[in-house]
Unconditional design. Sequence first.
Length: 280
Amino acid sequence: MSSSNQTMPASSPGVGEHLRATRMEAGLTVADVASRLRMQLRVVEALEAENWAKLGAPVFIRGQLRSYLRLLKLPESLADGVADGDGRPPDLTPRTYTPPMQRMLDKAMGRAVYVVITALIAVPVWVATRSHVDDSRPAETASLGLDGDLQNAGDEPRPARPTPVTASLGALPKRAPLAQPATESAASDAQVQASLLMRFSGDSWIEVIGPDGGQVEQALVRAGQERRFDAGTVARVKLGNANAVEVSSDGDVQDLSRFQRANVARFTVSSDGTLAPASE
């Protein structure tokens, strides 16, 4: 992060000292302020010391300053002095990050292995069943009866009677049903799942944590941009300047007010796309 993101401009010095003096006049301690604002002690101390380097992006600093100023009934415009910097998010490459293309390739390979294993099991069973049915089919037989009466040597031969012919044909057994194609189960697994979509109408800092606890993304997103995450890849989300962010889960716009504190929204995302408040 550049130094311009970590320092206050010369036009608004002393905001931290102003906070400290007003707090002491009100008879409040740092612990009292942290409890009322639900902030960590180190955050309150950094605000009063104007140590912006410990507080992250300017959008977070301004949100925390406004909360502190409202508590002390001071003008919120004092928080507007935090510099925006050059607008470039920091380059973050967490060790647990997996590129989206790699995740899609891993899923495709898993499904392909499932199809191959199913085919290796189903085809030999079908062939063995087909052979057994063909072998058990009875042979077609025909019997020809002959008149067993012996003709006397001196008698004239009698006209031969029609000889009955009996033909028997066993009932054909039903063939075993063909094995269902293994690709049907793979197709059902490939259905599109719910996704999480974020549209930004103003600058906002986001932090996205995956189900394994690894950091999926942490960046300063500019106005007019958007982020999309597949279901199952996001466990927790933290949004700064939440009023400027529209969050949709599977196409349904979500109400972030129930997840906000000091214009910072924190929520969890279940595997089916349901949002719930997240503990700090």
